[in-house]
Each structure stands twice: as structure tokens, then as C-alpha cells.
Design a protein around this ligand. Structure first.
Ligand SMILES: Cc1cc2nc3c(=O)[nH]c(=O)nc-3n(C[C@H](O)[C@H](O)[C@H](O)COP(=O)(O)O)c2cc1C
Length: 176
């Protein structure tokens, strides 16, 4: 699939088939994340792939009931915790780059998943402390986001985006 088509057609998937995800596909999308650029190439990201159904269930009550993706955490055959070690990145101009580094890797993962027919949904609304405790994730590690991973059981319509004219400027910041 052409990269522009992958970018265009990716959607947040919140309904999954129970079809298992092949291990080679999991490795293929993790490999795409591994190749992401990062601050001084320090690669602060870590990925915790949760396949064990009991362990996936242990994640559930860390998500608020009104999180629209909560059900996907229960039903997708795989859940990936995308984490970062801030000590393996830096802060410059007030920007903590571990977030940017790991977000890029996360999006590589989401796009690669879509390219091999799998769905993802970046989720950021959960109780990080609860999940860290359950999975014995070390104190200094941050969970940047969590995604279900599996074969989509829905084809969501595209969500709206701002027009390019609203967000991209040439040569000067627009005056208001
Ligand atoms: C940082 C971030 C956090 C998000 N958190 C959640 C979440 O907790 N639950 C959820 O259902 N979707 C979550 N989303 C998905 C967005 O709602 C979704 O990307 C947006 O509505 C655009 O839809 P699309 O991904 O299908 O294009 C999150 C997305 C991002 C980038």
C-alpha cells in the first residue's frame, strides 16, 4: 500500500474480531516503531505487548467507563503499552522530547499496523498509576499511550480535519 493511502485510510478502530494476530505481524509493526527517529537517536521508547487474556483484563478498570475505546481493550486480541524512559531523551526549549520521540514511534506502529490489515486506536485516557502497579512497570517509565491491536470489525468514516488553509502558513505568521 502506498504511504499516502495508508495515512489517508488509517482510522481509530474500537471494534475488533477475535481472530488472533500472527506473531510475525506483531514483530513487523514493532520493527516499524523501532525505526522511528528520536532525540539524539536515543530511542527512549519501550513496548509492552500484552497477549495474555487475563493480563489484558487486568487493564480494563484503569480505563474510565466513558472512554469510547474501553471496550476495545477488553475485546482486541492484543494490547500494546507504548512507554518511554525520559532519562533516554532530553528537554530543550521547554519541550520534553521523550513524548515526541515516543509519539512518532507510536504513529509508525499505527500506520504499519494498518498497512498489514490490523487496527489500532491510540488511547491516552486511563489511570497510569494503576497500570504501572499491575504490570510492575518501573517508577521512572511513563506510559505515553495504549492501543488495542487486532483485525478491525468496523470501517469507521473519516473524522473531520481542519483545512490546510487554517493550519499551514507560508513565509509569515498570519496577522489577525
Ligand atoms: C494522544 C491521543 C489520545 C487519544 N486517546 C483516546 C482515548 O483515550 N480513547 C479513544 O477512544 N480514542 C482516543 N484517541 C483517538 C482520537 O479520538 C482519534 O484519533 C481522533 O478522533 C481522530 O480519529 P481517527 O484516529 O479515526 O482519524 C486518542 C488519540 C490521540 C492522538
Amino acid at each position: 500500500m502506498d504511504i499516502f493511502q495508508v495515512i489517508r485510510d488509517r482510522r481509530s478502530i474500537r471494534k475488533y474480531k477475535d481472530t488472533p494476530v500472527e506473531q510475525d505481524k506483531i514483530e513487523q509493526i514493532l520493527e516499524a516503531a523501532r525505526l522511528a527517529p528520536s532525540w539524539k537517536n536515543m530511542q527512549c521508547w519501550r513496548f509492552l505487548v500484552v497477549r495474555d487474556p487475563a493480563k489484558r483484563s487486568a487493564l480494563l478498570d484503569a480505563f474510565p467507563d466513558d472512554n469510547p475505546g474501553k471496550k476495545a481493550i477488553a475485546t482486541a486480541p492484543v494490547v500494546v503499552l507504548v512507554c518511554a524512559d525520559p532519562a533516554e531523551s532530553d528537554v530543550e526549549n521547554g519541550i520534553a522530547y521523550y513524548i515526541a520521540d515516543t509519539a512518532i514511534a507510536f504513529e509508525h506502529l499505527c500506520l504499519a499496523a494498518h498497512a498489514v490489515g490490523l487496527g489500532t486506536c491510540w488511547m491516552g485516557w486511563y489511570d497510569e498509576a494503576v497500570i504501572k502497579a499491575r504490570f510492575k512497570i518501573p517508577e521512572q517509565i511513563k506510559i505515553i499511550g495504549i492501543t488495542p491491536l487486532g483485525y478491525p470489525d468496523q470501517e469507521p468514516k473519516p473524522r473531520p480535519r481542519k483545512e490546510l488553509s487554517e493550519i499551514a502558513y507560508y513565509d509569515a505568521w498570519p496577522s489577525n
